[in-house]
Design a protein around this ligand. Structure first.
Ligand SMILES: [Zn+2]
Length: 322
């Protein structure tokens, strides 16, 4: 289901976080007003350059001319009609109010501490949360996939075991030069309720667990999330019947630690309907939940590493014929 927030996240992640009148005009009814009501968009100074209102085919600088009765009228040059009138409403534009967004996020996550700006209009420390007796800072950052992201990273990594929210695009793991922090995309975890933006604080727990599981898996030689995604896509392309193999179903379960989450992930990645039952049956065929989670070496999707000792396969357990 489309939410007004779906229209916000790409703007927050844009180097120039503004939206023009002609773009807003194409949004579904109510979306723009809702974002204004939430304070996530605020009206900015009128645009000096607009899309041609006459042919919509080009963006031009606005020219002011004296109109009748001393009023100023605005035009743009247009190859179709030579001079296209620009109504005042066409010059309107709105800017993302990122500090307001940071405050709203801090509130819905029930964080402690004060929300402060770390890098002007780029990164905020929202507050802190406690996870397994450790205090961790929760951070919001824009543009972690832009060229200048290392300057923002340098500030984020000074926070206490940071947990990072981004609007939409997650940065590549390479950005972090070492331990990758838990990263949550608001486009995936934020919803819009009656009272405003909502993010379940449990999403933070899930992200931390996911990051820890990835670290364990990469140490154990098990395929990582990105590799798993590539393998799913390759298999869907290659298979005529386009059904995913047990190996991938089991690997997805191992990544997510939940039948439901694995089914949702597989459905999303493969563009087909993968049911919880399919995942459950694959896990059963692989020896059941305990065997799948505990015996990393018993599955063929385990990445073979030269250092892996052959003796480990001797631990393979007998599987029930279910
Ligand atoms: Zn034109």
């Amino acid at each position: 289901m489309t939410s007004a927030l779906d229209y916000l996240w790409p703007l927050v992640d844009a180097p120039r976080p503004m939206v023009a009148a002609h773009v807003v005009a194409a949004w579904p009814a109510g979306v723009h007003q809702r974002l204004l009501d939430l304070g996530f968009l605020v009206q900015a100074a009128d645009a000096d350059r607009v899309i041609c209102p006459e042919c919509q085919g080009h963006i031009e600088e606005v020219i002011a001319c004296d109109g009748p009765g001393g009023a100023v009228r605005f035009y743009v040059a247009c190859p179709e009609v030579s001079r296209a009138h620009v109504p005042a409403t066409a010059r309107r534009q709105w800017a993302v109010n990122a500090p307001r967004l940071a405050e709203a996020l801090a509130a819905t996550l029930k964080l402690t501490g004060v929300c402060t700006e770390l890098v002007p209009n780029r990164s905020w420390r929202l507050g802190c949360t406690t996870w397994q007796d450790a205090t961790r800072d929760v951070v919001l950052a824009r543009g972690l996939h832009w060229d200048d992201a290392p300057t923002v990273r340098a500030v984020i990594v000074r926070a206490r075991k940071p947990i990072v929210f981004v609007p939409d695009a997650k940065p590549s793991d390479d950005l972090w030069r070492g331990r990758v922090p838990p990263i949550l995309a608001l486009s995936q975890v934020a919803t819009l309720g009656d009272t405003g933006m909502e993010v379940d604080p449990l999403e933070i727990v899930a992200a931390v667990q996911d990051t820890e599981a990835r670290a364990i898996n990469s140490n154990a030689g098990v395929i990582g999330m990105e590799q798993l995604k590539v393998m799913i896509r390759q298999q869907v392309k290659a298979e005529v019947k386009a059904s995913l193999s047990d190996d991938l179903l089991v690997a997805a379960y191992r990544q997510h630690g939940s039948i439901r989450a694995a089914a949702a992930f597989l459905s999303q990645q493969s563009d087909q309907d993968v049911s919880k039952d399919q995942v459950r049956r694959a896990v059963q065929r692989a020896g059941g939940v305990a065997a799948v989670l505990n015996d990393q070496s018993s599955d063929s999707v385990v990445r073979t590493t030269p250092s892996r000792k052959r003796g480990r396969t001797a631990k393979k357990i007998d599987r029930p014929n279910t």
